[in-house]
Design a protein. Sequence first.
Length: 509
Amino acid sequence: MTEIFGLLMDGFGVALQPLNLALIVFGCAAGLFIGAMPGLGSVNGVAILLPLTYLVPPTGAIIFLAALYYGAMYGGAISSIMLGIPGASTAVATTFDGRPLAKKGLADKALTAAAVASFVGGTISVILFTLAAPPLAHVALVFGDPEEFALMMLAFATFVGLGGDDIAKTIFSICIGLVLAAVGFDTVSGEPRLVFFDITNFMDGIKFLVLAIGIYGIGEMLWTIEENRRAGGVSQLSEATVTWKRTVANIRGLLATWKTMLMGSVLGYFVGILPAAGATPGSLMAYGFAKQMSKEPDSFGKGNVEGVVAPEAANNAASTGSMLPMLTLGIPGSPTTAILLGGMVLWGLEPGPRLFTEQPEFVWGLIASLYAANVVALILNVAFIPLFIWVLKLPFTLLAPVIFVLCLVGGYAPNQSMYDVWLMLLFGVVGYLMRKLDYPLAPAVLAVVLGPLAERALRQSLLISGGEVSIFFTRAYSGPIMVVAIILLLLPLGLMLRRRLRGVQADSQ
């Protein structure tokens, strides 16, 4: 422990050098802007700004890109809360309760919660990174396909077993998401499937960001326009205010959510270290668990601050966790860390177990920079809240066209394809209709994200076991997780039977 502390102090000596500190501030500020722009996100931001890093030493380059990654994680919540458009796929879960809070005139509360939860998640994950890197890297290696499938099942079970929503509608929503996730090429055989109307673009599958911007951008815009017309043109958005007293009160109020922050941080970090998982599944799973833990699950989706805290803590923790397999094993834990890995190779830094012994100045300088980037991102985020509120106060007749244009740009930018734009508009109408019919959107989004991961893990597990389902229950890690998932899936049935028995007893008396 003393040795680790000494190495960390040496790392702070590197991270707080004037050039590296300036790179941290610039990276966080640029990331905040990039994360808030629909369609960009940390992956595109790191890729776009990668050439700039040739102007600085390798350690400074990675520190800058890591700060950019952190800033983008913070920034993704801004457009999710202010406009109902996820800045990136990692911020989709934040939209579920962040946007309703903004519509109630509590945008400052949602933004403060997102900033503080991001800070807590980032800090806890960096501490775990510092203290527990080797054993957690070992756990990540032990997690095979059966364990990954069990984890995906647990994520689905948290949504089904919540008891707050209509269970039938929740299951239907998950099924819709799984169908959309199956569009494209079969993950094992390579055969095309669900290629609707023989449109060849469907062979590439349905891009998650296109679906998310359509449902939560276009769909939310249509819903808000209808609500404003119903209210006689008076929008709740203009009620948003921000003062120093309210900000302090909001921060104090977040103390009651410490359990949710802790859960989101630990869960997000653990999911983040799993290769190919990343921050999006972690944030969605944390949202589901937060709803499970809550005493008021019905309030989720209507403006519960814990629905903002959980995913924001999780996605920032996952962004740190995804760096662990990159540094220790040379395996990127997310698309963004895959670009970081490529950058390290370009600069002559070879990821792997020997990196900690051969390049301690680089490794511990990077770890120390994450602490600094976390503090800088929090300060920038809280400082800009008045600006974000000013944007929200604009009349919705001005905001609606801006939202629409941002959605179009966000749908078109990643692949420069009009097919994605038309698909996004279609999903916007679908999202609007689902809200009209009171179908939950979160389970469908979760299924689109986790569907491909769960299918691949399921089929590869069955190939390993020769078709034996017992492989999910006989392994040390997957067995307990599957048991918990099954209990959660059966929980609504048990509660329904219990209510009926009580009803029969009441009638008999």
